[in-house]
Design a binder for this molecule. Structure first.
Ligand code: RUB
Length: 272
């Protein structure tokens, strides 16, 4: 039985499927099955509208949907799926020179593209040590730590508030991105704080993101998630806010690793 639209929405909203790229891949796989059966009519339009609302900050799905809506051909879906899947390898190849032997890296959240770069360097026999920040409140950093440890990469899991304590123990910070915009790059909440630490401690900050993450939308909605993820007690006068992402200005970024090559923030702005 193919998955229902509400089933997929649930998996995305609950973060069973997480990360900008995986959200797009799973949605495109769903849409491919749907349009093969029902074409680009009402069901397609309804699915597009609902899927785009599941995680509104990440731009990859939006960019893919814009192309699919224009072309209205299943071939567009196939092409985008190939592009998304191939990007990891291209990113790893283009960025391979950045991670030298015995590099110590700090990372945040769980980004398939940032991890592709790290994993490839490991395969390339570079010794390395990774610090994974746990990423409250949904612990995606634990997912990163598990994934790397299973590959044999030494990884130390730290609480978010220990970033400053360990920053001098690393050579660089590598993070993924949900959207690359004129004003900066968007990533998991806390990335901005990490960027400020990098600046203060003179550590290079590298952003890994394929070009489907270029965000030309006029307005970006920063997703605010259920306060229950942070604190469940319901007390008078106690308010909880739970934004999922923040925006880091480009001035804190050393380089951006895309599938087309390693770019400066200036190059990215030109593409926008
Ligand atoms: C995930 C996150 C990732 C980017 C990039 O947040 O911030 O760094 O989405 O991921 P969440 P990728 O867990 O809330 O989705 O490189 O896989 O596209």
């Amino acid at each position: 039985m193919p998955e229902s639209l509400s089933g997929l929405e649930k998996r995305i909203k609950s973060l069973q499927v997480q990360g900008a790229k995986n959200i797009a891949i799973e949605s495109l796989i769903f849409l491919r099955t749907l349009v093969k059966k029902k074409g680009f009519r009402n069901d397609f339009r309804e699915a597009v509208k609902r899927l785009e609302k599941t995680r509104p900050t990440a731009v990859v799905l939006h960019n893919c949907l814009e192309e699919i809506k224009k072309e209205k051909d299943v071939k567009a879906i196939e092409r985008l799926l190939r592009q998304l899947k191939d990007a990891d390898k291209q990113i790893a190849l283009k960025g391979r020179g950045l991670i030298k032997d015995k590099t110590r890296i700090m990372t945040r959240c769980h980004s398939s593209e940032a991890l592709a770069l790290i994993k490839y360097a490991w395969k390339d026999r570079k010794k390395m040590k990774v610090y994974a920040t746990e990423t409250r409140p949904k612990w995606q950093g634990v997912k990163t730590a598990n994934e790397l440890a299973k590959l044999g990469i030494p990884v130390t899991l730290i609480v978010d508030s220990a970033m400053g304590f360990f920053i001098d123990d690393v050579d660089m910070v590598i993070v993924g991105t949900d959207a690359m915009r004129n004003e900066g790059f968007v990533n998991k909440i806390g990335t901005y704080m990490l960027a400020l630490l990098c600046k203060e401690h003179k550590k290079p900050l590298y952003v890994v993101g394929d070009t489907l993450k270029l965000d030309k939308r006029k307005y970006i909605q920063i997703e605010e998630r259920d306060p229950d993820e942070v604190y469940k007690e319901n007390l008078k006068n106690l308010y909880v806010r739970n934004p999922a992402f923040d925006i880091t200005p480009w001035k804190y970024v050393k380089r951006v690793i895309t599938e087309k090559g390693v770019m400066t923030p200036g190059n990215i702005k030109k593409l926008l």
